[in-house]
Design a protein around this ligand. Structure first.
Ligand SMILES: Cc1cc2nc3c(=O)[nH]c(=O)nc-3n(C[C@H](O)[C@H](O)[C@H](O)COP(=O)(O)OP(=O)(O)OC[C@H]3O[C@@H](n4cnc5c(N)ncnc54)[C@H](O)[C@@H]3O)c2cc1C
Length: 424
């Protein structure tokens, strides 16, 4: 967050009376015990009011930055305020990795998990799927631990908790052995080629992204992140799928500084310096943007592409860049990839809500019938009953909220809107 009063993009001014920064779990418990509303805030990278509260915002960034790798390396436990940028270098130095990362290393782990933040890759679920344990301070001030191996449906309902079940003070994450990645970019991928060869393109690398502005008959960039150990000696063809291999480093947004992007041109590097699109040492932009994202069932991708192409003239003045990624299915109740292979359609907009709002409405009009689920942390306009209907377990999540937080201590306007308290 640039300042505690606003989110990172500056489009949300938090209503919170103040921001508290406890230095220990017991201090955090005291804050929860005080009557009134509270809510956790991570690094403030969400674009809507999901992290807001009329009471006290609690940042866990000043908790001791625990990063505790299990002997044997199957898992790591991190404190509730740790950011990916702090974690990944430590893991790599110890010989371990996370299987997937978001485009940006600046996000907090707890905040990313709470909203089912994702990277790209046919074989990887979103970042919440690697959580095997959660420790949280619940509304009664207790510290509760939930584990994947014993927690059953309650665990699966709690991981993507939208910040509403309590303050997450620690998370345990699955690890894999560290690996090396080479990143290549192709330019000018024909839109028809993406339609006809979608599976081939998205299964061609460990992680694949297509960047586009949905104008014309070519997508601007195809990013392939290839694991060294999966493609011994492999080198990219100068032309593939009628696209051209870039011979210099590029930025996904036209005019963006290519030096801010993670290294390309096939230079091998550790997983954490290649899986994100942006380097940790640079802020990817000045926050002059808004974002939306819709996650559609993979079998609906072709229809979604046609829908977006039909909106090209509406999109042109407001889209800075859009991105297409894939996410594997999972069983976390509020995950937008819940029980379905997913294609994620992301939009980085200009920072002009008035101009963007009608375009979002037009897009939702076409994408909702395809089963598009909006990213919880980004800008969307779908009516609450439509959003709830997209999640088979939304009623179960409302029950969970009622049990964990009967007096609504962690509730805010966002949660009241999409998951109103039961009348009884
Ligand atoms: C430049 C940029 C790039 C992005 N790239 C991606 C991407 O590649 N993929 C993707 O899916 N999304 C992406 N996002 C969205 C981002 O991942 C989400 O907004 C994510 O929630 C941000 O984490 P945060 O720590 O900033 O959370 P915040 O915005 O601070 O909070 C989000 C939610 O998490 C809750 N929360 C935070 N910390 C805790 C805690 N300790 N305990 C309980 N609840 C907590 C909050 O209450 C709130 O409900 C991007 C956003 C930006 C600005």
């Amino acid at each position: 967050m640039t300042a505690r009063e606003t989110n990172w993009a500056g489009n949300v001014v938090y209503r919170a009376a103040r921001v508290a920064r406890p230095r220990s779990v017991s201090e955090a418990r005291e804050l929860v015990a005080v009557p009134g509303r509270v809510r956790a805030v991570g690094t403030g990278h969400s674009f809507n009011r999901i992290a807001d509260t009329p009471g006290v915002l609690i940042s866990l960034a000043d908790l001791p930055p625990v990063i505790d790798i299990e002997p044997g390396g199957a898992a790591v436990t991190v404190a509730g305020g740790v950011r990916f940028g702090e974690l990944t270098g430590r893991l790599n130095a110890a010989g371990y990795a996370l299987p997937s990362l978001a485009s940006l290393p600046h996000l907090s782990v707890a905040g990313a998990v709470a909203t089912a933040t994702h990277g790209s890759g046919d074989a990887h679920g979103n970042l919440a799927t690697i959580v095997s344990g959660l420790e949280l301070i619940t509304a009664d001030g207790d510290v509760r631990t939930l584990r994947r191996d014993t927690g059953g449906e309650e665990f699966r309902g709690s991981v993507v908790g939208l910040g509403s079940l309590g303050l997450v003070t620690a998370l345990t994450l699955d690890l894999v052995p560290a690996f090396s990645v080479r990143q290549y970019v192709y330019q000018g991928l024909p839109t028809a080629m993406l339609q006809s060869h979608f599976d081939e393109i998205f299964s061609s690398a460990y992680s694949v992204s297509v960047f586009t502005n949905w104008q014309g008959d070519r997508h601007s960039q195809l990013w392939l992140k290839i694991r060294d150990d999966e493609r011994d000696g492999w080198r990219p063809a100068p032309r593939w799928m009628d696209a051209t291999l870039a011979d210099r480093q590029v930025h996904p947004i036209p005019g963006g500084d290519p030096g801010h992007a993670t290294e390309q041109l096939g230079v091998p590097g550790p997983w954490h310096e290649r899986l994100p699109h942006f380097r940790v040492e640079f802020t990817p932009s000045s926050g002059q943007e808004l974002q939306s994202e819709y996650l559609v069932p993979r079998q609906m991708a072709a229809g979604a592409f046609d829908a977006l192409a039909s909106l090209a003239s509406l999109l042109a003045p407001v889209v800075q860049i859009a991105e297409i990624r894939t996410v594997a299915p999972d069983d976390l109740w509020l995950s937008p990839s819940y029980q379905r292979d997913t294609v994620a359609l992301h939009f980085t907009w200009i920072k002009d809500m008035a101009a963007v709002t009608p375009v979002i409405a037009a897009m939702e009009h076409l994408l909702t019938p395809l089963g598009a689920r909006p990213h919880w942390a980004k800008v969307f306009g779908m009516p609450p009953h439509v959003v709830r209907a997209l999640y088979p377990r939304s009623a179960g999540f409302r029950d969970l909220l009622g049990r964990y937080d009967p007096d609504g201590k962690f509730r805010n306007g966002f949660i009241d809107k999409y998951f109103p308290a039961r009348a009884d």
